[in-house]
Write a protein that binds this ligand. Structure first.
Ligand SMILES: C[S@@+](CC[C@H](N)C(=O)[O-])C[C@H]1O[C@@H](n2cnc3c(N)ncnc32)[C@H](O)[C@@H]1O
Length: 285
């Protein structure tokens, strides 16, 4: 089942959180001269039109990137993130918002490579249209749950993978955890960035994913940002990223960024928004 289309959600608070952390991570990793491989399991369309019918139907960018864009001078550490957005827009108003492949393309060097996987036929077509001209980028229309382990370890072997599922089906948490396990067994030195939603008070999905991951890896850094209270039946109040093998002291960068990001993106009174950054130890450690 492939009913999810990211165009309905592009530029929302979860995108701002995920993409700002991704650009910070890539900036940190590219300070070393060694080449990098960037892999992405759920690439989406790569660039989104915020004036499209899909985007206008939900207007999620209004409480996401549009809020942050108005306050961008307060976030000098996100210059690379804002520059990538500015490169797609000709005026001060954001009409086109980049997806994660675009941020990665902008952040990587001419000797790095990108491997993008996407299954949805129309999203793949759009992705090809935007990225086919870049020789560093390899596109695969492929189920990434079998595709990622099959492509590992990559060459160059230093690198990062973004796993950004839509969690459309109940079994997807198990699929993600199994894919991370199979991948980690083949590529232990890779940096894995795994996105998950924060849904409701119970946090069932997030807890299930994290506990499954922690059965496989010795340690994990988790960062979460939520913008409204975690009331039942209210949909996604925030999101998280589990990071395996982050760069040294990456948590300090996140601790400096997330409180200010939560303050800008908070929809409810600030006391109902929040963030956390935490190292967790696996059951195998
Ligand atoms: C959340 S969106 C990706 C957004 C994108 N990473 C970004 O931040 O710009 C998830 C994407 O995964 C795709 N997808 C779903 N299941 C997949 C699978 N098994 N393998 C590859 N792509 C899949 C969907 O078609 C959708 O475009």
């Amino acid at each position: 089942m492939l009913s999810y289309l990211h165009g309905f959600h592009a530029g929302n608070h979860a995108d701002v959180f995920k993409h700002s952390v991704l650009t910070l991570l890539l900036e940190t990793l590219t300070t070393k001269p060694k080449p990098l491989t960037y892999l992405e399991t759920h690439a989406g369309a790569g660039i989104y039109d915020l004036t499209s019918e899909q985007a206008r139907k939900t207007s999620e960018a209004a409480d996401g990137i549009k809020r942050l864009w108005a306050r961008r001078t307060e976030f000098p550490e996100l210059a690379a993130y804002f520059n990538a957005i500015a490169a797609l827009n000709t005026t001060n108003e954001i009409v086109r918002y980049p997806g994660s492949p675009y941020f990665a393309q902008a952040g990587l060097r001419n000797f790095d490579q990108l491997i993008l996987m996407e299954l949805h036929p129309t999203e793949v077509q759009t992705l090809r249209h935007h990225f086919n001209h870049d020789a560093r980028i390899h596109l695969h229309q492929r189920n990434s749950y079998e595709g990622l382990p099959a492509l590992l370890p990559p060459t160059p072997s230093r690198g990062v993978v973004l796993i950004d599922p839509s969690y459309e089906t109940a079994i997807e948490v198990r699929q993600v955890a199994a894919t991370v396990l199979a991948s980690y067994q083949r590529w232990r030195s890779g940096c894995y960035l795994i996105w998950y939603p924060r849904l409701g008070v119970q946090r069932d999905q997030a807890n299930q994913l994290l506990s499954r991951l922690l059965r496989q890896v010795p340690t994990l850094l988790t960062a979460e940002l939520w913008v409204r209270p975690q009331t039942p039946n209210f949909g996604m109040c925030g999101s998280g990223l589990a990071v395996i093998n982050p760069p040294w002291q990456f948590e300090l960068q996140l601790q400096a960024l997330l409180p200010r990001l939560a303050a800008v993106l908070s929809i409810a009174p600030l006391k109902d928004a929040g963030w956390h950054v935490e190292w967790r130890t696996g059951t195998t450690a």
